[in-house]
Design a protein around this ligand. Structure first.
Ligand code: FRU
Length: 513
């Protein structure tokens, strides 16, 4: 072989190596899942393109748009210096990611709070009308910011803070306009108290009243107060998150139904242990301000401080619950809050995966024709002799998310696994259930929404809600029915595939720092 030939062989070899390398580099890039397609990524719940989120904040309806701000740490997937992330929607289901709305300033990081439409410019900050955000700084003083361009850009009020830190845990102001007194009202958590303040202009605040709300441990966080009508009567509903000792462990959202006169909230103290959700993953939620026609829509953070920083996701962590319309219902026990996903969720429904009627259940019944991790399931059961019956989703070899009715206790439960591909999630509660249910006409009616890493169960017309994260093997997509130690009757079952509808906007890696 001549020298010349040898040389050119080297060159060829070199070229082959270079192209192999560059080829494998580009393969590595393209096999990296696109944003919003990572394992466990919610496909129809809001989650930030990257980084960490906790509480939804400042929800307000303004000029045809629903704004969703949220506690956001863009630089990591654990809690850190808080910003307000931002997204908007015209229907509460299809979200568009917008740039960060509020950044930490000289006073500090920006914790939870609310936003209102100051249509009459009572603040003097938004001539012609605009949005005012009212939030806590990390030092527990309260500040405001304003926007005159539909929330696209925000200016911090130069006179912040508008209320100093009056308690060790003094935070999460929710503000609304009270027509009868012609004043702004702020409800705010203050340790084991809830306090109310009033203001003519969102800047000068005066203490109005305080209530203890009988908590047995932890602190109040993220309160809300709003009217809801039932049978021609207006009731006032207070929501507030309690940081400990909720039914499923860790934090949860309690509600109280009572009356409000512009300064003081009163409620029936004999009936105070009412919970918005019996699952562990619905915390720090509040409702949209300024929605038309007295509608009330709630959204929560779908996680729990017990393990929020340790769930097995990459690039992003945290999501919201489905947005839920709230209404009051008269029950044998008194007036109660009921909830159901907003009507616009109907657009997610894809093909029917089957309808079953009058099936006698005994043992395990896998539904071999159904595969999917994005599902809507509507079921009606008549309990029989079985101790426990229900259905499994995310089902595969030995792992599943189980929705079960315990017949002797008359309680609905979710049971989930704490095991993931990389180990166990510390403090991940494995099973949790509702209070004892009264079955109208002897029937259990459940409506389920299953996403890549969550299950939300609404039962008995929305009087019971159980929201749960679940990190079962992302390949497991089976559904089965079961009845243990006896039988149960499945009157009717409908299963639909749900479409993926992830946020639009800047969803590239470049949106992430
Ligand atoms: C609730 C909460 C709020 C606080 C925020 C901080 O989850 O603790 O009380 O404002 O999170 O991110």
């Amino acid at each position: 072989m001549s020298l010349v030939l040898k040389r050119s062989l080297h060159v060829v070899l070199f070229l082959v190596i270079v192209t192999t390398f560059s080829h494998s580099a580009s393969v590595a890039q393209t096999t990296e899942p696109a944003m919003y397609h990572e394992a466990f990524r919610p496909q129809f719940h809001f989650s930030p393109v990257c980084g960490w989120m906790n509480d939804p904040n400042g929800m307000v309806y303004y000029e045809g748009e629903y704004h969703l701000f949220y506690q956001y740490h863009p630089d990591d997937i654990v809690w850190g210096p808080m910003h307000w992330g931002h997204a908007v929607s015209r229907d509460l289901i299809q979200w568009e990611n917008l740039p960060i709305a509020l950044y930490p300033d000289a006073i500090g990081p920006i914790w939870s709070g609310s936003a209102v439409v100051d249509a009459q410019n009572t603040s003097g900050l938004v001539p012609g009308g605009g949005l005012i955000a009212i939030f806590s700084y990390q030092d527990q003083s309260q500040g405001i910011a304003y926007s005159t361009d539909k929330g696209r850009t925000w200016t911090m009020y130069a006179g912040n803070p508008v209320i100093p830190a009056l308690a060790k845990d003094f935070r999460d102001p929710k503000v609304f306009w009270h027509e009868a007194t012609g004043k702004w009202v702020m409800i705010i958590a203050a340790g084991n108290q809830i306090q109310l303040f009033t203001s003519p202009n969102l800047i000068d605040w005066e203490f109005a009243s305080s209530l203890s709300g009988d908590i047995r441990g932890g602190v109040w966080e993220v309160p809300d107060l709003f009217p809801l009508d039932l049978d021609g009567k207006t009731y006032w509903v207070m929501l507030a998150s309690v940081s400990q000792m909720a039914p499923a462990g860790g934090g949860g959202v309690r509600y109280m139904i009572g009356d409000f006169d512009g300064t003081t909230f009163t409620y029936d103290r004999t009936n105070f242990d009412l919970w918005l959700d019996y699952g562990p993953d619905n915390y720090a939620g509040t409702t949209w301000s300024d929605m038309p026609d007295g509608q009330r829509v709630y959204i929560g953070w779908m996680s729990n401080w017990l393990y929020a920083n340790a769930t097995p996701t990459e690039r992003w962590r945290g999501a919201t619950t489905l947005p839920r319309t709230l209404r009051l219902m008269q029950t044998a026990d008194g007036v109660r809050l009921a909830q159901q996903p907003v009507d616009s969720i109907a657009q997610l429904r894809g093909e029917s995966l089957g309808t079953w009627e009058n099936v006698a259940l005994e043992g395990e019944l896998p539904l071999d024709s159904v595969q999917g991790r994005l599902l809507e399931i509507i079921a009606e059961f008549r309990p029989g002799s079985a101790e426990r019956f229900g259905l499994d989703v995310h089902a595969g070899d030995n792992t599943k998310t189980r929705i079960l009715f315990n017949n002797p206790q008359s309680k609905l439960f979710i049971s989930r696994s704490d095991q993931t591909a990389t180990g166990f999630i510390p403090n991940f509660t494995r099973a949790f259930g509702s209070h004892a249910l009264t079955l109208e006409d002897g029937l259990l009616r459940v409506h389920l929404f299953v996403d890549e890493s969550s299950v939300e169960v609404f039962a008995q017309d929305g009087l019971v809600s159980i929201s749960s994260l679940s990190f079962v093997n992302p390949q497991h997509d089976g559904v089965s029915l079961f009845a243990e130690n006896g039988d149960a009757q499945l009157n009717r079952l409908e299963i639909y595939a749900l479409n993926s509808l992830v946020p639009t906007g800047n969803n590239e890696m470049s949106a992430c720092s």
